[in-house]
Design a protein around this ligand. Structure first.
Ligand SMILES: *[C@@H]1O[C@H](CO)[C@@H](O)[C@H](O)[C@H]1NC(C)=O
Ligand SMILES: *[C@@H]1O[C@H](CO)[C@@H](O)[C@H](O)[C@H]1NC(C)=O
Ligand SMILES: *[C@@H]1O[C@H](CO)[C@@H](O)[C@H](O)[C@H]1NC(C)=O
Length: 565
């Protein structure tokens, strides 16, 4: 009996897990208990609207709302994007609400009409708007605040339209990722790693153990960002450091009740402009130009002035020829593909100071417990490890360095041939091939020298998606901003006196395909088991008694549901 039972429970656990992470069914808009929420992300190149929905809170104060992206009949996430960015309206702010209209009417069509007035709408603006003068920002926001309520019936107030800071955006991204990873559920720790946390309470410090959250590293083209939880109270060496740190630490309560401290998080977020992969290469090339020109003048040399006498560049693959600069000031480069030397000459670009507890540009960085922490590396962290080197996922510094070194040292012609024969990941392109050597060295230096992760650090995972999903900061934003909503549901719940753990889990059953697949695997195992049993019985005893049948009825019928529910 054991093997079948084992398979059954394993299968159901697996199913439960999958159901939690791959909720790909169309959203049931006829469900009267479903709540909706809207977030518009106004970025620099365009605006996107995301529609989220969640069932009523399950009444368990250890858990947060179960927020997901709404899916249409074709199971596609309900998202719409328009171009250009809203900041283009700086000179014509009165057009802001017209600009927003298509997004909002798109969302309005998807959400049942009777739900509109309880559906919160948030319009949150990032990079593009941040750089506008405050008066222009205000004019745009004011137009939205005045005109949107005229045309739409969503739950909307002045505070729902905002230009958010880079720090807020980073915190929201951190919340979104940890929510998808299930790190905020404190009911059962599922054997996952825990940390000890000091949370501030009314008059003293509380210490509690809860699930460890994941830190986030994200290296884009222009900037690099780091965000992680700081579980212990931090002490500062000086008032100046404390002042700086305050701007980089965020403390917030994700729980639905401000008096409960179990959902209080202290998160460090820092963004480094000019430390993205492309921006770093640009800084490097500008520096190369300046130094070479000065040197040539001083020594009367002509290094790099013609294709015949190129400047050697250890950060380009061997024998790759390149030109940088403008038509009037050109520099010819030729790759020498030396990973270690490249890393060495990139050091000054990290602009580290000698202070401990500081990272890139000498910016304050609270201590990281390298023996009990976990980080996810996105964007360039993933491309650098996966596109060409094919080692995305669990990061191992020595393996990565060896592979990157090999790549740099390979002749450019060979790399092109490999590329043409489709050896690299599908989204790798010519640009990736050319700058992979530079970027892999840059990523290594930023991670190990900049953020000071030891080279034997075991817990960095590079990734494009979390559980097959692209996680937007907007998910963290809706989660954070609707955090007090469960209170209402919990109160209703306790009035009725029902404990509704099962309703929460009930959606797992809606995953029919998985459920059916699992069911058939179990059925097949039972048939095979029965056949074997029958054979054994035939061999062993003359009087065949179907002793296994009662067990089957007891074991497979009803109990199957309680296990899932
Ligand atoms: C950092 O320390 C080294 C030696 O320990 C010293 O040579 C260097 O000048 C210091 N740099 C700064 C920015 O203080
Ligand atoms: C280098 O760091 C210092 C602070 O330590 C900062 O003032 C300076 O602007 C940084 N340089 C660059 C190029 O970012
Ligand atoms: C990285 O891989 C090497 C070689 O396979 C292994 O010896 C080492 O223990 C690994 N390092 C870590 C931190 O896992």
């Amino acid at each position: 009996m054991f093997p079948v039972f084992f398979k059954l429970s394993f299968c159901l656990l697996f199913l439960r897990h999958l159901a939690r992470v791959t909720d790909v069914d169309a959203t049931d808009t006829s469900n009267p208990h479903l709540n909706y929420g809207l977030v518009v992300d106004c970025g620099s190149s365009g605006s996107r609207i995301f529609v989220y929905c969640w069932p009523r809170h399950n009444g368990n104060p250890h858990e947060l709302l179960d927020i997901r992206q709404m899916r249409d009949q074709h199971r596609k996430p309900v998202v719409m994007k328009i171009k250009p960015g809203i900041s283009e309206l700086a000179k014509t702010p009165e057009k802001a609400s017209d600009y927003m209209y298509p997004l909002l009417s798109f969302a309005a069509q998807h959400i049942p009409k009777n739900k509109h007035q309880e559906t919160p709408l948030y319009i949150l603006c990032t990079a593009g708007m941040r750089v506008l003068p405050e008066s222009q920002q205000e004019a745009i926001l004011e137009d939205l605040r005045t005109d949107i309520p005229v045309h739409f019936n969503f739950l909307f107030s002045d505070s729902h339209v905002e230009v958010i800071s880079g720090k807020q955006e980073g915190v929201y991204a951190w919340i979104g990722i940890n929510f998808v990873l299930g790190r905020f559920n404190h009911g059962d720790s599922d054997g996952e790693a825990e940390v000890e946390v000091h949370v501030p309470s009314i008059d003293q410090q509380d210490t509690l153990r809860r699930k460890r959250t994941a830190g986030v590293l994200d290296m884009g083209g222009v900037s690099t960002q780091i965000a992680y939880e700081v579980p212990k109270t931090v002490r500062f060496v000086s008032p100046q450091q404390e002042e700086v740190a305050k701007n980089l630490l965020a403390e917030f309560n994700l729980g639905c009740d401000a008096h409960r401290t179990e959902h209080v998080y202290r998160v460090y977020v820092s963004t480094f402009l000019g430390f993205g992969g492309n921006a770093a290469r640009q800084r490097y090339e500008e520096n190369l130009m300046r130094k070479t020109i000065t040197r040539n003048k001083l020594l009367g040399e002509h290094v790099g002035e013609t294709a015949e006498s190129p400047l050697p560049d250890p950060c380009l693959p061997t024998d790759l020829e390149d030109q940088i600069g403008t038509s009037t000031e050109k520099l010819y480069l030729r790759g020498t593909g030396d990973f270690d030397q490249c890393r060495q000459i990139l050091q000054p670009f990290l602009n580290r100071s000698n202070d401990t507890h500081s990272s890139l540009n000498g910016v304050y960085q609270p201590a990281i417990d390298y023996s009990n922490s976990q980080f996810y590396g996105f964007s360039e962290f993933y491309y650098c490890t996966e596109d060409v080197l094919r080692m995305g996922g669990d990061y191992n510094a020595s393996k990565y360095a060896a592979a990157a070194k090999g790549y740099c040292a390979t002749k450019w012609k060979t790399l092109q041939e490999r590329f043409d024969s489709g050896l690299y990941a599908s989204h790798a392109d010519y640009h990736r091939l050319k700058y992979q050597c530079f970027k892999s060295a840059w990523m290594y230096e930023v991670f190990h020298s900049g953020f000071s992760f030891p080279t034997n650090y075991k817990n960095l995972k590079t990734a494009l998606l979390v559980y097959e999903k692209e996680v937007q900061w907007t998910l963290g934003a809706i989660l954070y901003r609707t955090r007090f909503l469960p209170l209402r549901d919990i109160q209703q719940e306790s009035l009725k006196g029902t404990h509704s753990h099962w309703r929460h889990s009930f959606s797992f059953v809606n995953n029919h395909y998985l459920f059916l697949a699992c069911f058939f695997i179990v059925l097949l195992s039972i048939i095979l088991y029965l056949m074997r049993l029958r054979r054994i019985h035939r061999l062993a005893v003359k009087h065949y008694t179907p002793s296994s049948v009662p067990w089957l009825e007891e074991g497979l019928g009803p109990p199957m549901l309680p296990i899932i529910l």
